[in-house]
Design a protein around this ligand. Structure first.
Ligand code: ADP
Length: 158
């Protein structure tokens, strides 16, 4: 069984993440979307909110699981029997950053292969941080996130 872990903060999940997930689905038997717990980071959405956004977005997709994890991503991959780690690439800055992480991870765990998918061009400008910034000013993010995110925010405002 080909299992991939897609690790990230998903604060919140965006159409950019969804593009990578949609394109990875035919490649793997199971994709575990893994939300890393990082005590140094300040999040806009709680872990429960971030998980719920992803769960509702993929409620009808049996190949997708959503979990949280703590510690090193390669250790988490081993614990769930995943041989692949999925990452998205938007631009040269992502590439430089991801290259260092992937090469380090390969040293730590040569049995876990990092698979990069290049974002579709219409999504490469989207990031969770841009979404958070728009939300901070009460802007409309419905073009940038799945419905689970923006309907929740609309409800919160009422
Ligand atoms: P992290 O804290 O690990 O950067 P993110 O949730 O921001 O967590 O990103 C998780 C993964 O999704 C990373 O591989 C990132 O490059 C990818 N990603 C984020 N936004 C996009 C996008 N718009 N297009 C493609 N990949 C993306």
């Amino acid at each position: 069984m080909k299992i991939a872990v897609f690790p990230g903060s998903f604060d919140p999940i965006t159409n950019g993440h969804c593009d990578i997930i949609a394109r990875a689905l035919p490649l793997f038997d199971k994709i575990i979307i893994a939300i890393g717990r990082n005590s140094d980071k300040r999040y806009m959405f709680s872990l429960e909110e971030r998980m719920q956004f992803i769960r509702s977005t993929y409620a009808d997709e049996p190949k997708i699981e959503v979990v949280e994890y703590e510690g090193m991503t390669v250790d988490f991959c081993h614990s769930v029997g995943a041989s692949f780690m999925l990452r998205g690439l938007r631009n040269p800055a992502d590439f430089e950053f991801e290259k260092a992480i992937a090469q380090t991870n390969r040293r730590l765990a040569p049995d876990v292969e990092t698979v990069f998918l290049l974002t579709s061009s219409g999504y490469s400008f989207i990031s969770s941080s841009i979404v958070r910034e728009i939300l901070a000013y009460n802007g409309d993010v419905s073009e940038l996130t799945p419905a689970a995110v923006y309907t929740y925010i609309e409800k919160e405002k009422q």
